[in-house]
Design a protein around this ligand. Structure first.
Ligand SMILES: NC(=O)c1ccc[n+]([C@@H]2O[C@H](COP(=O)([O-])OP(=O)(O)OC[C@H]3O[C@@H](n4cnc5c(N)ncnc54)[C@H](O)[C@@H]3O)[C@@H](O)[C@H]2O)c1
Length: 364
């Protein structure tokens, strides 16, 4: 894959023969050519916050195209990432005469983006869509790579599709309104990329704990986009290499589920990485020095990694997770900062429940 073309900057990636344009920068929304899509209409999927904050930014840009458009506001938050919101949006689209040539525009964080992508993948057996991620987490992670999904009471993201957007527009202008909590959420995924695949990014983060300057964050976002999309271009359907992106997520997902989403995705992943690094250390894969170094970085960003959740409930969710086979839980484990342990071409390592229990005990 080519890197970013810094005249704009943008890049075109090819995933499973499908081309996707990725724009990244400040005010990139203004340079994106919506007319080029030759859409019959645009349906903007958003939540209350992204609608309130950014309707005034997107509306004049779409008006210039002369193509009809309307907004569908989905209920906000992880608890509403459900099938009911998808059906209700699809019905509204049918009532408004939205046809197969329409393009869905996702305007929001990962909770909006995962639903908008899922809706696009099933509406009239699939229509085109564009990701406009507005949180840091969605700009470096959930808005990239085409995974879509919704939750069911049994667990997160258990229903979904892999469906690539036509374009991903990363505009750092959106980040100006982000709360400290949401900023931190995104940082967790950025630290994850550094630990699994980019030592230089890790060094950079260590020196820039409080740096939120435009140039710094754009440089970091671009690194993350490249790491993620390079992986997705090789393994779109997560048969092998893409699993590497699940570092911190096995324990993280369990924390999200048991806390009924009171612990947010990024916070949960930060804790997940701390405990999964400890597992790696116990198994003799990651040195104590690198385990401490990773955990120090996570803590210095201000993540709270202790919890009062029930240990057995966390273990029970982990056991029910899709990464469990033959009673063993499969983890992505770093072997040093910037790289993960591989067995052959595989990136997951089997871990016994007792080892996980031991590590989790230090969390409670
Ligand atoms: N598809 C994937 O590959 C993938 C990867 C990682 C995470 N995810 C999913 O992403 C979701 C989390 O995404 P998220 O952290 O973006 O959560 P989110 O979408 O809930 O956004 C967090 C909050 O920020 C608000 N918001 C959005 N943009 C804003 C802005 N610019 N300024 C101020 N507030 C803004 C939202 O309304 C919401 O209240 C989870 O459901 C997770 O499962 C998916």
């Amino acid at each position: 894959m080519r890197g970013f073309d810094y005249r704009r900057p943008h890049m075109i990636i090819k995933i499973n023969k499908k081309k996707c344009l990725v724009e990244a920068g400040e005010r990139t929304l203004e340079v994106f050519d919506f007319s080029n899509l030759k859409a019959s209409s645009f349906v903007i999927i958003c939540d209350k916050n992204s609608n309130t904050l950014f309707n005034d930014y997107l509306t004049p840009i779409l008006k210039k195209t002369g193509i009809p458009f309307f907004f569908i506001e989905l209920a906000e938050g992880e608890d509403n990432k459900n099938i009911e919101s998808i059906i209700s949006a699809a019905r509204e689209m049918v009532r408004n005469g939205v046809d197969r040539k329409a393009v869905i525009i996702s305007l929001g964080g990962g909770v909006v983006g995962d639903r908008a992508g899922f809706l696009a993948s099933i509406y009239m057996r699939g229509i085109r869509y564009i990701q406009i991620p507005t949180t840091l987490l969605s700009q470096v992670d959930s808005g990239l790579g085409g995974k879509t999904g919704i939750n069911i009471p049994e667990g997160k993201n258990l229903i979904g599709t892999v469906y690539q957007p036509e374009a991903i527009i990363i505009d750092t202008f959106f980040l100006k309104t982000l709360s400290d909590k949401e900023w931190l959420n995104g940082m967790a995924e950025i630290i994850k990329y550094a630990v699994i695949g980019d030592k230089k990014l890790f060094d950079l983060l260590e020196k820039n704990i409080n740096n939120r300057s435009k140039d710094f964050i754009l440089a970091v976002i671009e690194k993350c986009i490249k790491i993620k999309l390079d992986i997705v271009a090789i393994d779109e359907k997560e048969n092998g290499l893409r699993k590497i992106l699940n570092y911190g997520h096995t324990i993280g997902h369990a924390l999200e589920t048991v806390s009924e989403h009171k612990i947010k995705h990024g916070e949960a992943v930060a804790s997940g990485m701390v405990y999964e690094a400890m597992i790696s250390n116990i198994l003799g894969i990651l040195s104590s020095k690198d385990t401490e170094r990773q955990n120090r970085l996570i803590k210095s960003f201000g993540f709270n990694i202790s919890t009062d959740l029930n240990l057995e409930e966390i273990l029970s969710v982990i056991k029910n997770d899709k990464k469990v086979e033959d009673g063993l839980v499969y983890f992505v484990l770093p072997n040093k900062i910037g790289s993960v342990k591989k067995i052959g071409s595989g990136v997951v390592i089997p871990v016994e429940i007792e080892v996980i229990r031991k590590v989790l005990k230090s969390m409670i």
